[in-house]
Design a protein around this ligand. Structure first.
Ligand code: URA
Length: 217
C-alpha cells in the first residue's frame, strides 16, 4: 500500500513544516498548533482524493448540477494526546466524519526502555468503514501497530489511512511490515531515530509543543 510523502511536491505544507520544525518559531505554541492544524487540513484534502465517491443531483437556483460527494463518511481517529490538534485540522475538512479516540503512550521503565500502554478507546463500529488515524509523529511505529491491532478488535475497516506530520523511515518499515494493507501519508519523511526513539531531525515532542510539558515521562 502506498507511502505518500507530501514534501516531494513543493507546496505550502513545506512552509508550515519549516515553522513547525524551527526551534525558535515552534516556541510560539499558538502558531505551532495552527500549523499542525493546517497540516491536518492538507492531509485530509490529499486523502480525500483516494476515497469512494457517488454522483448526486443538486438543485441550484438555475438548474440541476451533477456533482460527486463522498459515498460514506470516514471515521477520523486521534491518538491522544499529540494527535488531537492534527485530528482537529482533519475535521475542518471531513466535517461530517465519525470519530475515534485512543490513548497510547510510552510507559517508561526504570532502565529508560518503554512499552506501549493503551488505556482508553472510544470508537464507532469500524466494519467496512474508511479509518483515518491522526498521529503526528510516526517514530518507531510500535504504538501505531499496537493501537491499530486494538482498534481492529472493534471492526475491520475497508481501509486504514495513517496521517502523520513527520514519519521516520524505521517506523514506516515497522508499520508496513506488520500491517501491509495500510496507507501512510506524511508531510515529510525523516531517516533516523535517536537513542530515545525521537525522530531526527524531527521537531521535538509534538505533544509538549502543542500543550505544554507534562510530568509523566
Ligand atoms: N513523538 C514525538 O512527539 N516526537 C518524536 O520525535 C517521536 C515521538
Amino acid at each position: 500500500m502506498p507511502v505518500v510523502d507530501l514534501s516531494q511536491t513543493n507546496s505550502l505544507v513545506s512552509q508550515y513544516l519549516s515553522e513547525i520544525r524551527d526551534i525558535d518559531i515552534q516556541k510560539d505554541r499558538h502558531r505551532f498548533r495552527k500549523n499542525m492544524e493546517r497540516c491536518g487540513e492538507i492531509l485530509a484534502y490529499e486523502i480525500s482524493k483516494q476515497l469512494p465517491y457517488k454522483k448526486i443531483d443538486v438543485t441550484t437556483p438555475l438548474g440541476t448540477a451533477h456533482v460527486s460527494v463522498l459515498k460514506e463518511q470516514p471515521v477520523v481517529g486521534a491518538i491522544l494526546r499529540a494527535g488531537v490538534i492534527l485530528h482537529q485540522g482533519m475535521l475542518h475538512f471531513f466535517d461530517h466524519a465519525d470519530n475515534a479516540f485512543i490513548s497510547a503512550y510510552r510507559k517508561h521503565r526504570q532502565d529508560g526502555s518503554f512499552e506501549i500502554a493503551l488505556e482508553y478507546l472510544s470508537c464507532p463500529s469500524l466494519d467496512g468503514r474508511v479509518l483515518i488515524l491522526a498521529d503526528p509523529m510516526l517514530a518507531t511505529g510500535k504504538s501505531m501497530v499496537t493501537t491499530l491491532k486494538e482498534i481492529y478488535r472493534h471492526g475491520k475497516p475497508a481501509h486504514t489511512h495513517i496521517a502523520c506530520v513527520i514519519a521516520a523511515r524505521p517506523g514506516i518499515e515497522w508499520v508496513t511490515g506488520h500491517l501491509p494493507d495500510v496507507s501512510i501519508w506524511a508531510c515529510a519523511i525523516d531517516e533516523e531515530l535517536n537513542a530515545h526513539s525521537y525522530i531526527v531531525p524531527g521537531l521535538g515532542d509534538a505533544g509538549d509543543l502543542s500543550y505544554g510539558e507534562k510530568m509523566q515521562r
